[in-house]
Write a protein that binds this ligand. Structure first.
Ligand code: AMP
Ligand code: MG
Length: 302
């Protein structure tokens, strides 16, 4: 496990004003990390990811069996920060039957004709399951805050501050409702530096096997780096609540972000204190009866 004191630094304290400059993008460059040395950190991070995956597999089975809670994992980031790779690595040990992933793209005309939370509500995990939102309703206060012209019909052409504040309020109320109904919400912002994004985009250009990942749209969005940063800071400030806090995860080193996210997810599910369902008297009788028959098959089963 990662030292909880380190993980606590990634958590956005409810009510605090977020300046992303206060959060590292490369954790291995922090004073704390320098003492350990990069090689040791990488080795430990890989081990922690493996340990967390085993713990997560057990925790997920208990979540499924107890059927009292659901887990909603939200991943938000700038392009190339590693959302897809995180899902692939962190969830690789989990039973696919207990886990569902939804990726949200530009909304359809039908989706835009509903309230902005509609399409996400339909995708929420049922009790006993882990649901992952690869992008989420936070896009509706991020990408459209940078491009208000992409808001749906019925929205103001030039939304003011109040418009966004109401959306934050809707999100906070919606999340409170989910938590009250047994959902554990875990929100991760993968915090990538502009320089590391440049290198990852270049890698997509130089490596033919990664050409399919290259997107001219991503290049265009890079031009709005400062606006995205402001939109993220405002959203993280307004929506990191006691019931659903944000974690700002350093994303320049994939082994760091994956280990941190895997550890936080696993420890949080374990923190729910779940138990296997109690077996009633009748079920115990049926078990005893079955045991008797199975242990002496030929005599009893004639
Ligand atoms: P990707 O996840 O790279 O396939 O890209 C999906 C694209 O859909 C991104 O450019 C998002 O910004 C965009 N997108 C997701 N949700 C919304 C939304 N609610 N409104 C507008 N664009 C969105
Ligand atoms: Mg993309």
């Amino acid at each position: 496990m990662i030292d909880p004191k380190i993980l606590a630094q990634f958590k956005v304290a409810p009510g605090s004003k977020v300046d992303l400059g206060d959060y590292p993008t490369d954790w291995t460059e922090t004073d704390e990390a320098k003492e350990l040395g990069k090689k040791t950190i990488k080795k430990r991070a890989v081990e922690i990811l493996e340990e967390s995956k085993e713990r997560l597999s057990v925790a997920q089975e208990l979540l499924y069996a107890s059927n009292t809670h659901s887990v909603l994992i939200i991943l938000q980031a700038i392009d190339a920060a590693g959302k897809d790779g995180t899902i692939r690595h962190v969830m690789s040990g989990v039973n696919p039957q207990g886990c569902q992933v939804f990726s949200f793209k530009k909304p359809s005309a039908e989706e835009l004709d509903h309230n902005f939370l509609w399409r996400y509500m339909k995708a929420l995990p049922e009790r006993g399951r882990i649901g992952i939102f690869n992008r989420s309703y936070y896009e509706d206060v991020l990408v459209v805050r940078v491009h208000p012209e992409w808001l749906g019909p019925g929205s103001p052409a030039e939304p003011d501050k109040k418009f966004w504040e109401k959306r934050y309020e809707d999100i906070n109320n919606f999340e409170k409702h989910l938590v009250r109904n047994g959902t554990l919400i875990l929100k991760f912002f993968l915090h990538l530096s502009k320089e590391e994004q440049r290198e990852r985009f270049l890698d997509r250009i130089q490596n033919p096997e990664k050409h399919w990942k290259f997107s001219a749209d991503d290049m265009a969005e890079r031009e709005h780096w400062k606006d995205y940063r402001k939109a993220f800071e405002a959203a993280l400030t307004a929506t990191s609540t006691k019931h659903a806090p944000w974690h700002v995860i350093p994303a320049d080193r994939k082994y760091v972000s994956r280990a941190a996210i895997a550890d936080i997810i696993t420890t949080s599910i374990q923190g729910l204190g779940l138990r296997y369902p109690e077996v009633g008297e009748e079920q115990m009788k049926a078990i005893e009866e079955a045991r008797r028959k199975l242990e002496r098959p030929s005599k009893d089963e004639g």
